[in-house]
Design a protein around this ligand. Structure first.
Ligand code: SF4
Length: 375
């Protein structure tokens, strides 16, 4: 039986954060009906799922922790009747601090959740307020404590750096707080603002590039000294605690997404279903948008995603994507010669078997990866 990852999109938030441009609805009024439509959708995918084994399930959003225990149980029950759920499936739920009581987390755990990804963002209340977050650091501390009490000890914490006027001391203090809270997995994201989000209209001063680089590398050095391995540009984990679900995206493994705009990748076909929460609930036939990749695009995608990982790109993983040995050898040579341009500056490491970005390379990954994708 082939494995598959399942993504469940829960696009509801209590309030929109000013730096966020994800689609989400700022009220939970439609939650009950949405969960029913998700369950219907899952059952309708029996033809795809009945021959698969789901080894990861990920509830993302939005704010999935706005779901009740009953909502979550209904979805996992619908899944359990449609796909074989592996006995050791990783079942992750994204949580916003202050939206999940001990009782709720106990309910999630009883339903099967064994991993939480908590949006800590910062350990500093002034920074949290500037980000327009509804929680304070004490709420994160309480949520993590509740998680452990509920029996969920696989905790991931998200942190943000490069915030307006952020000092390196406050940033490193936040990273230290995340470690002390007992997180097995820590994600470090630089704040990036799209033109549409309200925060981009404010006249903020952001840390210079060199300061951002120092924030990134100093945090990684500290996390390494605490036993965390960086396995992806933005993600560090204690040994054995990487996100099994997210690895599927980076390795181009199969996954299926439920909910408006959730992406799926099944047997090389990638698609998403367009529409809103309201369309989803009404059962209105929503458009399935196929993103058909040519062979050349698949190779570029493989290069781009593999280079996000510390393990990098193994050249032999490109063999089956090339038409013949000549094409493969030409691609490999081109990657090696382009990669060597960056080795002197310490951005890239190249060998006969593969190519990977260093920490310095990760910081400027967009430029390097774009160049290598054109090999
Ligand atoms: S809670 Fe998360 S998804 Fe919702 S608006 Fe804030 S950042 Fe965006």
């Amino acid at each position: 039986m082939n494995n598959i990852g399942v993504y469940i999109h829960v696009p509801f938030c209590l309030r929109k954060c000013p730096y966020c441009d994800f689609y989400s609805v700022g009220s939970t009024d439609m939650m009950d009906d949405y969960i029913k439509s998700l369950c219907r959708d899952i059952r309708e995918k029996k033809d795809i799922l009945s021959s698969r084994c789901a080894d990861t399930v990920y509830f993302g959003g939005g704010t999935p922790s706005l779901m009740s225990e009953r909502h979550l149980d209904d979805i996992l029950t619908a899944l359990g009747k449609t796909v074989s759920l592996s006995a050791d499936a990783e079942i992750t739920l994204e949580v916003n601090p202050a939206t999940a009581s001990l009782e709720k987390l106990q309910g999630y755990h009883s339903a099967g959740v064994d991993r939480l990804s908590i949006g800590m963002q910062s350990g500093d209340d002034e920074e949290l307020s500037l980000l327009g977050r509804l929680h304070k650091h004490s709420d994160t501390v309480q949520t993590v404590s509740n998680a452990f009490k509920s029996g969920i000890d696989n905790i991931s914490l998200d942190l943000m750096y490069a915030l307006p006027n952020q000092r390196e001391e406050t940033w490193l203090s936040s990273v230290g707080k995340a470690v002390k809270l007992g997180a097995k997995h820590i994600s470090l994201y630089a704040l990036t603002l799209s033109e549409e989000c309200p925060m981009s209209k404010m006249k903020y001063t952001f840390p210079e590039d060199e300061v951002q680089l120092k924030m990134y590398t100093d945090a990684l050095a500290y996390l390494s000294s605490e036993g965390y391995n960086q396995y992806e540009i933005s993600n560090c984990a204690l040994p054995g605690s990487h996100s099994r679900h997210n690895m599927k995206y980076w390795r181009l493994d199969d996954y299926i997404g439920f909910g408006p705009s959730a992406h799926s990748m099944i047997d090389g076909r990638r698609y998403y279903v367009s529409g809103s929460v309201r369309d989803h609930i009404s059962g209105k036939s929503m458009e399935t948008v196929d993103e058909v990749l040519t062979d050349e695009e698949t190779v570029r995608e493989k290069i781009m995603l593999s280079l996000r990982l510390s393990e990098g790109l193994r050249f032999d993983s490109l063999k089956e994507l090339c038409r013949d040995a000549d094409e493969y050898n030409t691609l490999k040579s081109s990657l090696i010669s382009r990669g060597r341009k960056y080795t002197e500056g310490g951005y890239v490491s190249v060998s006969e078997t593969g190519i990977s970005l260093t920490q310095l390379g990760f910081f400027v990954s967009n430029t390097i990866i774009s160049d290598l994708m054109d090999a």
